[in-house]
Design a protein around this ligand. Structure first.
Ligand SMILES: *[C@@H]1O[C@H](CO)[C@@H](O)[C@H](O)[C@H]1NC(C)=O
Ligand SMILES: *[C@@H]1O[C@H](CO)[C@@H](O)[C@H](O)[C@H]1NC(C)=O
Ligand SMILES: *[C@@H]1O[C@H](CO)[C@@H](O)[C@H](O)[C@H]1NC(C)=O
Ligand SMILES: *[C@@H]1O[C@H](CO)[C@@H](O)[C@H](O)[C@H]1NC(C)=O
Ligand SMILES: *[C@@H]1O[C@H](CO)[C@@H](O)[C@H](O)[C@H]1NC(C)=O
Ligand SMILES: *[C@@H]1O[C@H](CO)[C@@H](O)[C@H](O)[C@H]1NC(C)=O
Length: 519
């Protein structure tokens, strides 16, 4: 599949030889009514991107995707060792990479094994299912290595439920068992993913709502609190979940303190929730959840606090920290992306200064959630890919160790969702055609997940002249990954330079995203 075209480009009297090729196994594109295309996969064909090989020193590869329809198209070359000053032009953006100025380490990227994702994957034939899982997790896919798993039901289930709904007031959780959803929609696909992944997939568990009898309002959604006599039962519930999944050989890396506690305080949406204020939740953490986990075989499981919008920062964590011992149980802070457009990342910097050992993890993102987004699934929307790219870059530039997308797959409507809270997903299934469609968002996320392996360290980039959003990493194999994005409707001239290594001079197409890797 190597279609090489040699192009001679003359820039300031110097000739470059650049080799272009199509993607490893190219996208079969289809245009719907939006700005860009989707890539169509079926039982016999799906586009792929091979695991990246370490190149010789000073060789580079650039992968490109664009509104105009490129998907992971590759270009090879060698770093230019000439004097960079010959290339300075007034309108040229320059990115200076400095690998000796290091920041945090990355844990990974991924999506979520919701009931809806499982139902949608199952709606396809076996071969097509395999291509879908491979697209995300295998070495020929995005190489996802993080995933979130709801503990019980959430809105992306066909009905509201939690474990041990019956009998009521069952303080011993005597009837706790996994559900059909776990056995049919979650565990089989988690196992498939683990099987094809070359990395260890780190799982994050999150509960949405306890069984209704533990709650003040006796309902799955709405305004609620945990009844105080069930504080320990709710901690044991988490333990039982981890035990049951362990019996299935599925072990978790982390849990969060619960999905979006604000949703049970100001219930705008009536889906599964539990309301907490930071003071109450930190008491539960210190007296119940924390000690329960630390005294169990799950003592190494990380606990992420918040699991809610950025707007809750930093006050939520500051308030939690007032409870003695609370921060000792917290390994990191989980943040959802909704409303990030309206809230700057400054509070993350503030929190990082106050709590330098705590990590930040983006645990949920999707588009189409807003009431004014009337079309929930937009097939081929480049703008939605842009929103992902922009947010991932911003988070990575502000201490985030990873970014987890929401549903791995949804249907044409953006569901199923028992409360009709339909949204978009990077993969949309079309069961009647036995196809699935990879949205531009899929590739936007892939420009990070594929090329920033676990334990890569963010490094400094100094930007000169203008605006090409970017983020750079030193990979464990000694390579440098730079992801950069041109949000403008015009092409931009760009130089990426590292002192002592050389530079690359290029034109960055309008509305396009790129990943450069060199050694
Ligand atoms: C695109 O839009 C046209 C007119 O708005 C509509 O008739 C058509 O069904 C749409 N096509 C698709 C594939 O959604
Ligand atoms: C699957 O897609 C490939 C590539 O577009 C196409 O050649 C093939 O006919 C499709 N198979 C089916 C069963 O639709
Ligand atoms: C790179 O960063 C290090 C550490 O901050 C600094 O000492 C050095 O001067 C920087 N190098 C360049 C070329 O800017
Ligand atoms: C235990 O839970 C199941 C559903 O998982 C329910 O059918 C059954 O009635 C419950 N048992 C009791 C004693 O409530
Ligand atoms: C779990 O793994 C063990 C050891 O590999 C194996 O014997 C057992 O059958 C597995 N259990 C399940 C439920 O997969
Ligand atoms: C927890 O981690 C420590 C240190 O990494 C390790 O020695 C220990 O075996 C782990 N314990 C469990 C229960 O996994």
């Amino acid at each position: 599949m190597f279609k090489a075209v040699l192009i001679l480009i003359s820039t300031i009297n110097i000739l470059f030889l650049i080799t272009y090729s199509v993607a490893d196994k190219p996208c079969v594109s289809r245009k719907y009514n939006h700005s860009s295309v989707v890539c169509v996969c079926n039982a016999t064909y799906c586009d792929e991107i091979s695991k990246i090989n370490v190149l010789e020193t000073d060789q580079y590869v650039i992968y490109s995707s664009s509104m105009s329809g490129q998907r992971f198209e590759k270009q090879y070359g060698s770093l230019n060792k000439n004097n960079i000053n010959e290339f300075q032009k007034a309108d040229n953006v320059i990115l200076h990479i400095n690998r000796s100025n290091e920041f945090h380490k990355v844990s990974g990227f991924g999506g979520s094994f919701t009931d809806a994702a499982g139902i949608n994957i199952l709606s396809l034939s076996k071969n097509t299912q395999k291509y879908l899982i491979d697209s995300y997790f295998s070495e020929n896919g995005l190489e996802y290595n993080l995933a979130r798993v709801p503990i019980g039901g959430c809105d992306f289930s066909t009905h509201p439920y939690a474990y041990n709904m019956m009998p009521e007031n069952d303080i011993e959780l005597s009837n706790f068992s996994l559900t059909t959803e776990d056995h049919t929609y979650k565990i089989p696909f988690i196992k498939e993913a683990l099987k094809v992944s070359t990395d260890n997939i780190l799982l994050v568990g999150t509960a949405w709502s306890p069984p209704t009898w533990m709650k003040t309002n006796k309902a799955i959604g709405g305004e609620s609190r945990l009844i105080s006599e069930y504080y320990q039962t709710w901690a044991n519930y988490h333990l039982k979940f981890l035990e049951e999944y362990n019996k299935k050989n599925v072990s978790f890396w982390a849990i969060t303190t619960g999905n979006e506690p604000s949703n049970g305080i100001l219930p705008i949406m009536g889906f599964n929730s539990l309301g907490w204020m930071p003071k109450e939740q930190s008491m539960w953490l210190v007296q119940n959840l924390g000690p329960t986990l630390k005294n169990s075989i799950f003592r190494n499981i990380s606990i992420f606090a918040l699991d809610d919008q950025r707007i809750s920062l930093p006050w939520w964590i500051d308030w939690m920290a007032e409870t003695e011992g609370a921060m000792d149980y917290i390994d990191g802070i989980a943040i959802h992306w909704y409303w990030n457009d309206f809230v700057s990342a400054t509070p993350i910097e503030t929190l990082h200064k106050s709590f330098p050992t705590k990590t930040f993890l983006a645990t949920e993102a999707c588009i189409g959630d807003k009431p004014w987004q009337l079309e929930k699934v937009e097939l081929g929307s480049w703008e939605r890919a842009e929103a992902y790219i922009k947010d991932i870059m911003e988070d990575l530039n502000h201490w985030h160790i990873g970014w987890i997308d929401w549903n791995l797959a949804l249907d044409r409507q953006g569901g199923p969702n028992w409360i009709e809270n339909y949204v978009d997903s990077p993969i949309i299934v079309m069961p009647n055609e036995d196809e699935f469609l990879k949205q531009p968002m899929f590739y936007g996320l892939g420009h990070f997940s594929k090329f920033i392996p676990r334990d890569s360290k963010r490094i400094d980039v100094q930007k000169v002249n203008g605006d090409i959003d970017n983020v750079a990493f030193l990979r464990p194999d000694g390579g440098i990954t730079v992801v950069y994005y041109n949000p403008f409707d015009i092409d931009k001239s760009l130089t990426i330079q590292e002192e002592g290594k050389g530079f690359i001079q290029m034109t960055v197409q309008a509305r396009s995203v790129h990943t450069l890797v060199y050694w």
